[in-house]
Design a protein around this ligand. Structure first.
Ligand code: ADP
Ligand code: ZN
Ligand code: ZN
Length: 730
């Protein structure tokens, strides 16, 4: 027997090993970990498959060591899913399996959660109960219990029997009447579900469509404006899943940023909750993984990597804020958790709900193609009304350090009326550049094609791309004149506001102010309690929070997204604006949103402001269709970087010349070309983009192409990677 083993190494394919000599076919193998010799050492891999033969001649096969698990860590369809993911993203299967395991399990440590269940053997079943009852009443008692339960009874349950059961069981085992097998520990308790609000008719209809589809695969796009009650729809469907004794997997962009969601879940479901995110210590991660895999956790909430965690009895997958770019893994195994979640749901045979106020054009495209069913929530429940959105023409109004006069005046009115004001600027730090008026010197990063951002309070220049930090120069390094900060970041806006509105307490939320553990929660608390009146922040403020007292939202600079080099720039900008705007007027106060821009006639902005996101998305999809960008085509991006641009380009040229594209594929090759940001962290970057509307045909070529690329001498002089369905092109 051959074990086909996935080994955590950057090598394609599985590795064949002879099964250990003492392994017998009744023992579990597929989905279990196994110790194997690898290179000059030993390592732990996952048995992805068992096969009667190998293509490798017998004398060259090595023998596997111990099988580490008595029951598989991954069962079908999870094994098939992970294999599919490795093939689709052209990533080494061993690394894909490793991504699905917590560190301790990758290292071969025991799962530590085995429970033995005992069941009658064939011989045991054949015993005559009448005889048994007469000769051994205790054994008869246990025999009866076991006779009713074909799967056996777990130790935890046996432990609730009157003492002495262990001796009785041993006596029966000695006679070969019972045998044990490991099982996942059962759910610890029945979840208690507290009632939610009475759903609106739209919510009711959406939730009902999801619950009717439980038990089979179906994809839903829940398109609900911010504050329309999407979460309550998830909860209603989750309730049905928990009542059916199944588990829910809820994927969210960033758990640390959404303590509110966790509180709401805990308030609604008195159930076993497991959370998985990057901030966990190894031990915590192992515990959460185990609870998900064993079925003990009723609800598993996690960020993108949670899509790879096995579930004992999955019932429903929910992806909240499905448009969020953080569902894409940026390095190593570059998967989209949103896309994988859909594949997983179909393989597990469970429904999936993708929810957003600003759905991705991909998902809307899938609705158009009839792959997803769209569920709409157009209204906010209760008194909450949609905010009014207005553009402020920055060319027509004076401004103080990035704050236009109309914005400042309106802020004053809202603050006096008792409202909270939220200002959004997607740039942290004090100022994006430090500039010398004397000679034109600017603070550039020496290792990147980017400026170094001034962080005033920390008194340093910081490159946000390569993390280089330097002290702030006291004067221009070239001509010794005093330097001036140019442009605004959140730190500077905070300072300016402190001068303009000294009496109103303020909180700033960005990566610099929330690093300390618990800082984010404190700040959110200041906002919700009303202690803070002015809120300044980056993207972090826009994600999923519910600030009922915010009556005015200001978007300080909408223009960063209008002329981006990436074809997704306008989609991102629209999503950001709508998400920020959605923080306003959630409760009784009507909201107002002011967007500062130099381009108030830009068709994207005007359409978004007058007709809303759905209309914008329709137009944007039409544009994508005409230009042939995703979702009307599929992309594969080969990236490379090295210490010299010539080396990078030589590799990409060589890779490009290996491409053998049948004309029928209509595959376009763009490049090789230097990346939009040519230099980053001292390395020169380039890329080659493949685009085709025949995904399968294009993907079918990738494995062979990659094999040839790996053999290129040029490939040893660069760092390269393949990104299937890239979401950024730089
Ligand atoms: P979303 O997830 O779409 O942003 P939420 O589910 O957070 O919206 O709902 C926004 C607010 O409206 C929350 O405070 C929520 O408790 C409330 N809400 C949602 N649905 C209802 C309902 N049917 N009746 C009353 N309040 C509701
Ligand atoms: Zn100078
Ligand atoms: Zn840098």
């Amino acid at each position: 027997v051959i074990f086909r083993v996935a080994i955590n190494a950057p090598l394609p394919g599985l590795f064949d090993y002879l099964a250990p000599a003492d392994w017998d076919t009744s023992q579990a193998a597929e989905g279990c970990r196994v110790e194997v010799p690898f290179g000059r050492s030993r390592t732990v891999g996952v048995i992805a498959g068992v096969s009667p033969s190998s293509e490798i001649p017998g004398q060259r096969l090595k023998r596997a060591g111990r099988v580490l698990d008595q029951s598989p860590l991954f069962k079908q369809p999870m094994l098939r899913f992970l294999g599919w993911a490795a093939a689709y993203y052209q990533h080494p299967p061993g690394e894909v399996y490793a991504s699905a395991l917590p560190l301790a399990l990758r290292q071969g440590k025991p799962l530590g959660d085995r429970q033995l269940a005992w069941a009658l053997t064939k011989e045991g079943r054949q015993q005559d109960p009448v005889v048994l009852a007469r000769r051994a009443p205790r054994q008869w008692d246990l025999w009866q219990r076991l006779h009713h339960r074909a799967d056996g009874i777990g130790e935890f349950e046996l432990a609730t029997l009157p003492s002495g059961w262990r001796d009785t069981l041993r006596r029966m085992a000695d006679k070969g009447w019972v045998s044990d097998h490991p099982v996942a520990a059962a759910a610890s308790r029945e979840p208690v579900i507290h009632p939610g609000p009475q759903l609106t008719p739209d919510q009711r209809s959406a939730a009902d469509q999801v619950t009717t589809s439980l038990g089979g695969y179906e994809s839903f796009l829940l398109f609900g404006v911010t504050g329309s009650g999407k979460t309550e729809v998830y909860f209603d469907a989750m309730e049905a899943v928990l009542r059916a004794g199944r588990q829910v997997l809820l994927l969210v962009p960033e758990i640390g940023l959404t303590p509110q969601l966790m509180e709401r879940i805990a308030g609604r479901f008195d159930a076993h909750l497991a959370t998985l995110h990057s901030g966990l210590a190894d031990g915590e991660r192992l515990k959460a993984w185990r609870e998900a895999a064993s079925g003990r956790a009723h609800i598993v909430v996690g960020t993108r990597s949670a899509v790879l965690v096995p579930l004992h009895k999955p019932g429903l997958i929910v992806v909240d804020e499905e448009h969020d770019p953080s569902f894409k893994q940026w390095e190593g195994f570059r998967y989209s958790a949103r896309d994988l979640a859909v594949v997983r749901a179909s393989m597990e045979g469970v429904p999936i709900v993708l929810g957003s106020a600003t759905p991705s054009l991909e998902s809307l495209g899938n609705v158009q193609r009839g792959r997803y069913r769209q569920l709409d929530l157009a209204e906010r429940p209760g008194a909450a009304v949609h905010p009014e959105i207005r553009l402020i023409d920055l060319r027509a109004h004076a401004s103080t350090e990035g704050l236009s006069t109309p914005l400042v005046v309106t802020m004053g009115q809202h603050l006096e009326a008792g409202g909270q004001v939220l200002l959004f600027l997607n740039r942290r730090g004090y100022a994006p550049t430090l500039f010398c008026p004397g000679c034109g010197w600017t603070s550039r990063c020496q290792r990147c094609d980017a400026g170094m951002v001034l962080h005033q309070r920390q008194r340093r220049l910081h490159c946000h791309h390569c993390d280089t930090r330097r002290p702030v120069p006291v004067a221009c390094p070239e001509c010794q004149q005093p330097l001036a900060p140019v442009g605004q970041g959140t730190e500077r806006i905070e300072e300016t506001l402190g001068r303009l509105f000294p009496v109103y307490p303020m909180v700033r939320i960005d990566r610099d102010t929330t690093q300390r553990k618990g800082a984010m929660a404190e700040k959110l608390d200041d906002i919700r309690s009303g202690r803070a009146r002015i809120l300044v922040g980056t993207q972090m403020l826009t994600k999923g929070h519910d600030f009922p007292e915010v009556s005015l939202v200001g978007v300080l600079n909408a223009d960063q997204g209008l002329f981006g080099t990436d074809f997704r720039a306008s989609e991102r900008l629209a999503q950001t604006i709508v998400q920020v705007a959605g923080r306003a007027g959630r409760a009784e106060r009507p909201g107002l949103v002011l967007i500062q821009t130099l381009y108030p006639e830009h068709p994207l902005l005007t359409r978004l402001v007058s007709d809303g996101y759905a209309a914008f998305a329709e137009a944007a999809l039409q544009e994508r269709r005409e230009s042939g960008w995703p979702p009307f085509s599929h992309l594969v991006l080969l990236r490379a970087e090295s210490a010299r641009m010539a080396q990078t380009m030589a590799f990409l040229e060589a890779a490009s010349s290996l491409l053998n594209l049948p004309p029928a594929l209509q595959c376009k090759v763009l490049g090789p070309a230097p990346a939009p940001m040519e230099k980053r962290a001292g390395r020169f970057r380039g890329q080659l983009l493949l685009e085709s509307h025949q995904r399968q045909g294009m993907h079918a070529l990738l494995a062979g192409w990659l094999k040839e690329i790996r053999e290129l001498p040029e490939s040893r002089r660069v760092r390269w990677s393949l990104d299937v369905d890239p979401i950024e092109l730089f």
